[in-house]
Design a protein around this ligand. Structure first.
Ligand code: PMV
Length: 320
């Protein structure tokens, strides 16, 4: 018998949030530095350390430590990750102890539920010596995401296991080639995002003023296509301009907030090439583009100085 271990990471939306709900494409970035590690041991191995839990599975995380069947609603997706994976493996009678160490904050649009699901499902499989193939893994993560969010697009599930940007359109994904190295800084307002309300309010605006709002959605879609071209062509300046334009369009949809606008302004004050809210908005995170690693450090410092609860620097195209 062995210990299973797997990791995943957070994600952020480069361009396309909200418009993607209405059919536009989106670009998703992995945030490798915001890591989730799941460690799984057969429960008999740790029964002494977790008295009273021998009858079932056991969870050890910041949200809940104790028997899995007594977990609060917030960890139901994690419960699903364990039970669905054991079911898939045909070993539902084998109790496990699951430890989750996550650096991805919840409710910030960074895909924390999908990242935890990705790590836990892979770690449970690993205990039994199984490596899940990509599509099976994706389906298991989506099963957890349905428990967490109702009808997930799959964007988070793809982003948290990707090691490069992902193009997402009509439920399908494509890897994006990179023509240069791009360095981003993600900053957390410290305020939970309100994706559900924000999505509902955009839908309401669309119903009331279809012409205007449809035009904004189309422009965000066009920006996503343009941004993909800037990634492929290695045009860092043009990508920054697309991010700025996306922030303005999202603001016009009513999904920004004073906290988000404050961090966007701080990043621009530090010379960021582009800055925008990322994810559902009304809280959550901003995404900014730096010239290089040193510049990213300065932007991160400016963002923390402006009140960011945390920052992550993430680069793509390191092998270009
Ligand atoms: O806040 P997040 O990262 O879960 O992103 C939500 C993205 C939206 O486009 C606003 C909603 C969606 O389901 O795609």
């Amino acid at each position: 018998r062995r210990t299973g271990r797997a990791s995943s990471h957070g994600k952020t939306i480069l361009i396309g949030e909200h418009a993607v709900v209405h059919g536009a494409p989106a670009l998703v970035l992995p945030v490798i530095d915001a890591e989730v590690v799941a460690t799984v041991t057969p429960l008999e191995d740790v029964a002494d350390a977790a008295p009273g839990s021998a009858a079932g599975h056991h969870l050890e995380s910041t949200v809940h430590t104790g028997p899995l069947d007594l977990a609060p609603a917030a960890v139901m997706p994690t419960v699903t990750a364990v039970t669905a994976t054991l079911r898939h493996l045909g070993v539902t009678d084998r109790p496990v102890h699951v430890r989750v160490d996550s650096q991805v904050p919840t409710a910030r649009g960074m895909g924390s539920s999908a990242a935890v699901a990705a790590a836990v499902t892979a770690a449970v499989a690993d205990v039994f010596g199984v490596v899940l193939d990509a599509e099976t893994h994706h389906e298991l993560i989506q099963e957890c995401e349905r428990v967490a969010h109702g009808s997930p697009s799959g964007l988070d599930a793809r982003g948290v296991v990707a090691d490069a940007p992902v193009w997402f359109e009509d439920g399908r994904i494509e890897p994006v080639a990179l023509g240069a190295r791009f360095v981003f800084v993600v900053a957390d307002t410290g305020v939970p995002g309100h994706t559900r309300e924000a999505v509902a309010s955009v839908r309401e605006r669309l119903d009331h003023d279809p012409e205007t709002v449809r035009a904004v959605i189309d422009r965000i879609g066009a920006l996503a296509r343009h941004a993909r071209g800037t990634l492929e062509g290695g045009d860092v300046q043009a990508l920054g301009a697309s991010m700025d334009a996306a922030h303005d369009l999202l603001t016009s949809l009513g999904v920004s907030s004073p906290d988000l606008d404050g961090l966007v302004a701080a990043a621009r004050g530090a010379g960021a090439l582009g800055a925008k809210l990322t994810g559902g908005g009304r809280g959550g995170c901003v995404l900014t583009l730096a010239e290089d690693d040193d510049h990213a450090d300065r932007i991160a410092a400016a963002l923390r100085g402006a009140g960011a609860a945390a920052t992550w620097t993430t680069s793509i195209g390191d092998r270009v």
